[in-house]
Design a protein around this ligand. Structure first.
Ligand code: ADP
Ligand code: MG
Length: 495
């Protein structure tokens, strides 16, 4: 009989307006690779955050190594031997690999760090995983794949018994992915238990022992990997029998009077073509790692394409830089708005006019009173909740910050807005406000391409939806063809 290392029982968790988990059970055996799968929003990350102590459960029991866990916090969990490697990695960019690996476990005492030992230990972990990483490199200079390896070495340094990997493969290259598979096998061989979250079902069959499926915050099934197959797992994830669809992925002949991206190809994208008309909101749906963000970044010119053509208002352009795209009338609301879209320390008005500054250049420098007046107009138009335009942006709520980014592009009069996960982490009211504004903007003749993990969000506001799967467009639907189950199947199975 396999020995159980982790028992999560009757776990429930509600966020304002969202029931993320309902009476979920998870049983993990010692030394196994236990896969956890489910579509976007199924509750996988929430379950793992409850395990790690990042979230507090509303209800339920956790038993680890035979001991009930009452109090949790990330530090306590780490001490118990559980470590979660999140999608959003947690390395300190300014520190070296060695420092990051041993961050929570630096050897030494009496306020002195024993660097010699630190380097020896880090060297051991690097060897243990058989990877090629310079221990003195700065974490910020590493590729995503290497950063992930450093996270895993952090787990080893913390002497973890159970390592959770939350969609580690979503952003990896082929080589990095193969390394990860090898490392998982190595760790398993050393008796470490792994919970492995992924949408890429084929890969589970290389690494997994068992698999549990979540759907809409509820348990569906737990199975031995050897007793199931990809189609069956897809059916558990979408909740019905796979149907045969006859959609042909076209791409040719898609005209768009605002934008046409043809045959975009990068490391992550394969021949992606999308078009956009005036007054249109076009959605990109797909599971995490399907290439939505990469595609938007490629259009915007911050990621280089190896192949493909871009037409803006019928004119051929070469996507080459953000500066260039802005000139061509493209604005981008990035996924991680706190890091990429705003300077939080600056007052609201400065963020709003950041891109459009040139327009306010008079004979004697910038016309500040006009800038402030324009900013106030947008604050009013978009109903941005702030006492005035002088407040530091950091003090506004997420929804209002998001509106500031929108205002920034509207002030610049960008015809095309690329929007990546606009409503992540903002409350229900702010969400519907953002939708309203996007519609208001397109009514004035703009076009919007919006990537989202939330299907309902897209079916509510989009005129058309493209579905991405493993870097390709696998389907396109017009408004009268939207059917959640069909769209979900394409996103999960690619057919
Ligand atoms: P998965 O990892 O399977 O994609 P998540 O656990 O991230 O799913 O999300 C489950 C549900 O809970 C989703 O509907 C998501 O929007 C919601 N959710 C997750 N975290 C939060 C949060 N911090 N605040 C509000 N809702 C959240
Ligand atoms: Mg997740």
């Amino acid at each position: 009989m396999p020995e159980v290392i982790l028992e999560m029982k009757h776990i429930s968790k509600t966020f304002p307006g969202v029931r993320a988990l309902e009476d979920v059970d998870l049983l993990v055996n010692r030394g196994e690779v236990h896969c956890l799968i489910g579509a976007n929003g199924a509750g996988k990350s929430t379950l793992m955050k409850i395990l790690s102590g990042a979230y507090v459960r509303d209800r339920g029991e956790i038993i680890f190594n035979g001991e009930p866990i009452k109090e949790t916090s990330p530090i306590l969990t780490r001490k118990r031997g559980i470590l979660v490697v999140y999608q959003e990695l947690s390395l300190v960019n300014e520190l070296s690999v060695v420092e990051n690996i041993l961050l929570n476990n630096l050897p030494g005492g009496n306020f002195k760090i024993d660097w010699k030992t630190a380097h020896r230990l880090a060297g051991q972990y690097i060897e243990q995983l058989g990877v090629d990483i310079n221990p003195n490199a700065m974490a910020g200079d590493l590729s995503i794949g290497s950063r992930q390896l450093v996270e895993i070495m952090k787990c080893l340094a913390a002497n973890s018994k159970l390592i959770v990997m939350d969609e580690p493969s979503a952003t990896l290259s082929k080589d990095e992915f193969n390394t990860l598979m090898r490392i998982i096998a190595t760790l398993r061989g050393q008796g470490i238990t792994i919970i492995y979250i992924s949408h890429r079902l084929e890969e589970l069959f290389t690494v997994g022992d068992r698999v549990s499926v979540l759907k809409d915050g509820k348990n569906v099934v737990t199975k031995s990997i050897s007793e199931t197959n990809v189609d069956e797992l897809v059916e558990y994830m979408i909740g019905y029998k796979l149907t045969t669809n006859s959609y042909k992925s076209g791409g040719e002949g898609r005209k768009g009077n605002l934008l046409e991206a043809r045959h975009f190809t990068t490391n992550k994208l394969k021949d992606v073509s999308v078009n956009l008309h005036e007054k249109e909101i076009v959605g990109l749906y797909g599971l995490v790692g399907s290439g939505r963000t990469e595609f938007l970044r490629a259009i915007y010119g911050v990621d280089k394409i190896q192949n493909g053509e871009l037409y803006i208002s019928g004119k051929k352009c070469i996507p080459q830089s953000a500066r260039h795209s802005i000139k061509n009338g493209i604005g981008m609301l990035p996924e991680n708005r706190k890091m990429q879209g705003l300077v939080l320390k600056l007052p609201v008005w400065q963020n709003i006019c950041m891109v459009a500054l040139k327009r306010f250049r008079g004979r004697v420098g910038l016309n500040y009173s006009r800038i402030r007046e324009e900013s106030r107009r947008f604050i009013g138009d978009l109903d941005i909740k702030t006492p005035n335009e002088m407040i530091q942006t950091v003090y506004l709520s997420g929804g209002n910050q998001q509106k500031i980014i929108l205002a920034k592009w509207l002030m610049q009069n960008s015809k095309i807005l690329l929007v990546d996960e606009p409503t992540q982490g903002i409350d229900v009211r702010a969400k519907s406000e953002i939708y309203r504004i996007l519609r208001q903007v397109t009514d004035q003749g703009h076009g919007v391409i919006i990537a989202s993990s939330e299907l309902e969000e897209l079916t509510n506001i989009c005129d058309r939806i493209f579905v991405m799967f493993q870097g390709r467009i696998v389907a396109e639907f017009g408004k009268d063809e939207f059917k959640d189950s069909v769209i979900l199947q394409y996103a999960v199975a690619g057919r």
